[in-house]
Design a protein around this ligand. Structure first.
Ligand SMILES: Nc1ncnc2c1ncn2[C@@H]1O[C@H](COP(=O)(O)OS(=O)(=O)O)[C@@H](OP(=O)(O)O)[C@H]1O
Length: 290
């Protein structure tokens, strides 16, 4: 799957040899803060509630997150820039705070786990998932709107059902489908990281139950002081989502999705079933997806 690029391989070697040397001259400010390598990374997957999760997590006084998705490990051009480039994109933190980054493309980029392991082997990883069919449909609508997928010709069809089959079988390489096959991507990560380095975030539960329930588990996983309480959140009937009382709801999410045709629904459930079973086994939890 991953065809190594000789130039990048030699950069990888440089990292193993020089690793942290580029970071030696970063000085702390008067409050003991400086930009650092992240201690916790949200690696994906997209359309699983990652924006809401980050939005809520950033309320925690000890969490300091990079402002934008950094894409250091997945984008070759960024990785070539070196560790100093990466750390310069992190907010300054002191030793009681946690440097956090979210780049949802990390999860499915085959070269990311090895690179990340060489640089931050003790990293805490957050993997956000959601019912794979709902995620794929959400991804499809998002991609159609944003026109982001290369090789995804928007003029061919207008519906998910139109794209998802190749000669009558589910197209495993169709990006919205491929990104929902969590077991295949996770297998690559588990070659480098232990299962207990992952927090598996359930994006569906974030919609159905008070977000404080999962946020409190995340506090324990990262080792943060207790901060989140149930009364910080309310359920907005108009938006259909949980929102923070302060500063309120986030401005997106919940775009209307078309219903799948019954035939597609049946075939797609059958398609995902074995992958879902593998994923449950890998993470030690049955999400009960259809
Ligand atoms: N509290 C709250 N507010 C708003 N949206 C919420 C919330 N909790 C979960 N969600 C779900 O998040 C889905 C979008 O996921 P992501 O943020 O990962 O999408 S993205 O990859 O960053 O584009 C989005 O998916 P869609 O409903 O398919 O658009 C929402 O269902």
């Amino acid at each position: 799957m991953y065809d190594p690029d000789p130039i990048l391989e030699s950069i990888d070697e440089r990292y193993t040899k020089r690793k942290f040397a580029e970071l030696d001259d970063i000085a702390e400010d008067a409050n003991g803060r400086k930009p650092r390598l992240p201690q916790c990374v949200l690696i994906g997957e997209r359309k699983t509630g990652t924006t809401a999760l980050l939005h809520f997590l950033m309320r925690h006084p000890q969490i300091k997150a990079a402002q934008k998705e950094v894409h250091f490990f997945d984008r070759h051009a960024n990785y070539r820039e070196g560790l100093r480039w990466y750390v310069d994109r992190m907010p300054p933190t002191n030793s009681t705070e946690v440097t956090f980054e979210k780049s949802p493309r990390y999860f499915r980029s085959p070269w990311v786990p090895q690179r990340m392991h060489e640089i931050i082997p003790n990293i805490k990883l957050m993997l956000s998932v959601r019912d794979p069919i709902k995620r794929a449909v959400s991804d499809f609508h998002f991609s159609m709107e944003a026109n982001w997928e290369s090789g995804f010709d928007k003029t061919l069809h207008s519906t998910f059902d139109g794209y998802v089959f190749q000669n009558g079988v589910i197209d495993k390489d169709f990006p919205p489908i491929a990104r929902s096959i969590y077991a295949l991507s996770l297998r690559n990560w588990l070659k480098y990281f232990d299962r207990d380095q992952f927090f598996i975030f359930d994006g569906d539960s974030f919609v159905t139950e008070n977000p404080a329930i999962q946020l409190q588990k995340i506090e324990q996983f990262i080792g943060l002081d207790s901060y989140f309480t149930m009364d910080m959140f309310f359920h907005s009937k108009t938006r259909g989502f949980w929102c923070l009382r302060d500063p309120g709801c986030i401005f997106f999410g919940g775009k209307p999705h078309t219903e799948l045709e019954a035939r597609t629904q049946r075939k797609i459930e059958k398609f995902f079933h074995p992958y879902n079973q593998q994923f449950y086994k890998m993470v030690g939890h049955d999400f009960g997806w259809s």
